[in-house]
Design a protein around this ligand. Structure first.
Ligand code: AMP
Ligand code: MG
Length: 315
C-alpha cells in the first residue's frame, strides 16, 4: 500500500469518509484514526497497529454534537471537566452510545472521548464530519509518535495516508478520567495534571491498585513501550555509567556528557515529557544498549512522565 503524505486536512478526511485509516497530529501525540461509527473501519486500526483487540480506543470529537453521538449520557462531573478542559489533552470515560460499535471499546460498555485543541486536528475532525476513533499512531508496543516521521517509520506501507503536522506540543498522551462511578478516577496520568483536576473536582482520585486499573482500563496492561535498549531509572546522574553505547536523559547533566552516545538535558519536567518518546526512538536508531533516565518528582506532568518511565523500564 502506498502511503500518501499530505498537509491538507480535507484531503486526509476523504480517506476517513471512505472507511479507511489516517494518521493525524494532535497536541499530545499523533493518532491513527478511523470513522468511530463503522466497525469495518475501526478494525483497520487494530490491523495496521497490530493492537490487541481488547485495548480500547479513544474517540476524538470536533464539538458537542459529535460528543452526543458517542456518549449515552454525560454525568455532572464530566460536564464540569468539559467546561474546564475541553478542548484539550483530557479523555473522559462515559457510558457508550449504541451507535458506537463495541470493537471501539474492546467490548466495554463505556467509551473514551476527547476533543483535541490542536488546530490541524480540529480542522481534520470537522472535515471528517464523524467522530474519529484513534489510538496513538505507532506499532503496538512502540513509543508513541511525536513527529510525522516517527509515524512514517512505524506505519509506512500499512496505512493509506498521513496528515503531516509539526512535532507535537505535549509529547505524552492524554489524561484518562473515568466519569462513570461516584467520583472521578484517573485511569492514566497524562498531560492534564492531577493537581489541575483536583482544583476543579477535589474528590478526584488516582486509580489505586493494579487490579482496579486493569478491570477498568484493559489497555493499561499492555507494555507501553518495548525498548530495544534497556531503560534504567536513576535518581542521581552519577548513577549513569558513561559508555559509548549508553544514553542519558534527565534534568541535571551527567558527570561526563561526552562519554555517552546520546545525552539530553531538559530544562524542566515539561521539556522532559516533550522530548522522551523521540529520544527513545533516536537511541534505537543509534543502536544504543542502555538508556539512563533520571527520575522526577511525581507532581504536575511529572506523574505522567514517571508512569511512562516505569512502563518502559519494566519491559
Ligand atoms: P492510546 O490512545 O494508544 O494511548 O490508548 C488509549 C487508552 O485509553 C487505552 O489504552 C485505555 O487505557 C484508555 N481507554 C480508552 N477507552 C477506554 C474505556 N472505554 N475505558 C477505559 N479506558 C479506556
Ligand atoms: Mg498508544
Amino acid at each position: 500500500m502506498e502511503t500518501l503524505l499530505t498537509t491538507e486536512p480535507e484531503e486526509a478526511a476523504a480517506f476517513i469518509r471512505r472507511g479507511e485509516v489516517v494518521a493525524f497530529p494532535t497536541e499530545t501525540v499523533y493518532g491513527l484514526g478511523a470513522d468511530a461509527l463503522r466497525e469495518d473501519a475501526v478494525r483497520r486500526i487494530f490491523e495496521a497497529k497490530e493492537r490487541p483487540a481488547d485495548n480500547p480506543l479513544i474517540v476524538h470529537v470536533a464539538d458537542r454534537a459529535m460528543l452526543r453521538q458517542v456518549a449515552a449520557s454525560v454525568p455532572p462531573m464530566a460536564e464540569t471537566l468539559i467546561a474546564h478542559f475541553f478542548p484539550g489533552p483530557l479523555t473522559l470515560i462515559l457510558p457508550r452510545a449504541p451507535a458506537v460499535p463495541a470493537v471501539v471499546s474492546g467490548g466495554l460498555p463505556t467509551v473514551g472521548v476527547r476533543m483535541p485543541r490542536h488546530p490541524v486536528a480540529q480542522a481534520f475532525l470537522a472535515a471528517c464530519g464523524v467522530p474519529v476513533a484513534a489510538p496513538s499512531a505507532n506499532r503496538s508496543g512502540r513509543p508513541s509518535p511525536t513527529t510525522w516521521e516517527a509515524v512514517y517509520a512505524d506505519l509506512a506501507g500499512r496505512i493509506p495516508c498521513i496528515l503531516r503536522g509539526d512535532r507535537t506540543e505535549v509529547g505524552l498522551e492524554s489524561t484518562v478520567v473515568d466519569c462513570t462511578g461516584p467520583v472521578p478516577v484517573v485511569l492514566r496520568a497524562g498531560a492534564v495534571s492531577l493537581e489541575r483536576l483536583r482544583a476543579v473536582l477535589p474528590q478526584t482520585r488516582l486509580a489505586g491498585d493494579t487490579a482496579e486499573v486493569l478491570a477498568r482500563s484493559p489497555g493499561t496492561r499492555y507494555r507501553h513501550y518495548a525498548p530495544r535498549a534497556r531503560v534504567r531509572l536513576i535518581d542521581a546522574p552519577e548513577e549513569a555509567m558513561p559508555a559509548e553505547d549508553a544514553a542519558y536523559i534527565g534534568l541535571v547533566p551527567p558527570p561526563e556528557p561526552r562519554a555517552f552516545g546520546l545525552v539530553r538535558v531538559c530544562a524542566d519536567a515539561d521539556a522532559y515529557a516533550h522530548a522522551l518518546f523521540d529520544f527513545f526512538r533516536r537511541c534505537e536508531a543509534a543502536g544504543l544498549g542502555t538508556i539512563y533516565c533520571q527520575r522526577v518528582a511525581p507532581e504536575g506532568i511529572g506523574l505522567a512522565l514517571m508512569d511512562r518511565l516505569h512502563r518502559a523500564s519494566r519491559a
